[in-house]
Design a binder for this molecule. Structure first.
Ligand SMILES: [Zn+2]
Ligand SMILES: [Zn+2]
Length: 382
């Protein structure tokens, strides 16, 4: 049997005390895994744009809470009923934000992305599937966990949302595979159901958009048009396989897309920002019969306008895509990264300490993070 490494009683975590307040790095109790769960010593955790909506209170979530939903780490303890996973203590692993229960009707038909218990317990209440959080303050008071609560030295993850990483991977950069890269794969492979030779436009070239460009290119898109308002991000997009770039601050994106596609528009437009304006813009880029796939989360219950007759007469579709099918797709995403098909390392632009998470989120909010920033748990600078 594997020897479980000594796990300390307490750990450092970045705690969101209340919406609108800065993250506070403090000591809380180290969580322990229950049935169907594993304990991971966190190597790195990505800082994702969707956290900002929770931090500001635009997306409601209980506090105090530990955020952080894309992690890499080392498995240090297996809970009961996890042996079927084939995982072992000491494995380098990657964890996904979308943690399927594995038991509900949607999970049974493979639609991990629709798992209702995940939304009910975790996204609404900050809990795991037994209706409690694994996190608690030193005095025992409950701390909610957003996904696994990865902005901490340790985190508990349902075994359904963990996959081993082969040797030779960059364990820090790999943190982003469980949200940014998996969401991109889900958008292209599941949401858009991209076919070889189709044309694709991607709006928003951040952590997710950069991966969408790569996945679309690798899955055989004839043309991948990257759209952003930042020339640096567009330059990166070319490196990731974009055939064309449009700075929509200076150029009318629809006119340019039509010019690039012989007046047709694109077969697939993927929107990665979650703004009503870019959602509407994505629809204007579509060819007849085209699919618009929104993957960016809006700030709360925002709406966008859809031109009814155009959608009806042109046979166009809007196909929302949230994450991917974790149990099937996370191992594929890790494999794509391990084989160098996905340049996940290039997307990671900054490695910061847990103490600098708050400041880095503020820069992310201003659009000043190109690619993806990750917290590297071994760093300690303030
Ligand atoms: Zn995310
Ligand atoms: Zn489920």
């Amino acid at each position: 049997m594997d020897q479980t490494p000594t796990v300390p009683e307490t750990m450092r975590a970045a705690v969101l005390v209340a919406p609108g307040e800065p993250l506070a790095v403090k000591r809380i109790r180290t969580p322990r895994p229950r049935s169907g769960e594993v304990l991971v010593k966190v190597t790195a955790c990505g800082l994702c744009h969707s956290d900002l909506h929770v931090m500001s209170g635009k997306i409601l979530f209980p506090t105090p809470a530990v955020l952080g939903h894309e992690v890499s780490g080392v498995l240090v303890e297996l809970g009961e009923n996890t042996l079927h996973s084939g995982l072992a203590v000491g494995d380098a692993v990657c964890g996904a934000f979308l943690m399927p229960c594995g038991q509900c009707p949607d999970c049974a038909r493979g639609r991990d992305d629709l798992c209702a218990p995940f939304f009910r317990f975790n996204r609404l209440q900050g809990q795991l599937f037994d209706g409690s959080s694994r996190l608690a303050d030193l005095d025992g008071s409950v701390i909610a966990q957003y996904s696994m609560g990865g902005l901490a030295e340790y985190c508990v993850i349902p075994v359904t949302a963990v996959t081993p990483m082969p040797g030779g991977m960059d364990a820090v950069a790999a943190a982003i595979l469980g949200c940014a890269a998996m969401t991109a794969y889900g958008a292209v492979r599941r949401g858009a159901d991209l076919r070889h030779g189709e044309t694709v436009a991607v709006i928003g070239i951040g952590g997710v958009g950069s991966h969408i460009v790569q996945v679309a290119h690798e899955l055989g898109a004839r043309r991948v048009i990257a759209i952003d308002v930042d020339d640096d991000k567009l330059e990166h997009a070319i490196r990731y396989g974009a055939s064309d770039v449009i700075n929509s601050r200076h150029v009318n994106a629809r006119d340019r897309v039509l010019a690039l596609t012989g007046g047709r528009g694109v077969d697939v437009a993927i929107e990665a920002l979650g703004f009503p304006t870019t959602f509407e813009q994505a629809l204007t880029l579509l060819a007849d019969g085209g699919r618009m796939v929104p993957v960016g989360l809006a700030a709360g219950s925002q709406t966008a306008a859809v031109e009814i007759n155009r959608l009806v007469r042109r046979g166009q579709q809007v196909r929302g895509s949230y994450g991917a099918r974790t149990r099937t797709d996370l191992p594929i995403v890790v494999d794509l990264a391990a084989r160098g098909v996905l340049d996940y390392r290039g997307v990671v632009s900054e490695r910061v300490s847990l103490y600098r998470a708050e400041e880095t989120y503020r820069r992310l909010e201003r659009g000043a993070v190109s690619g993806r920033a990750v917290v590297e748990m071994a760093l300690n600078d303030r």
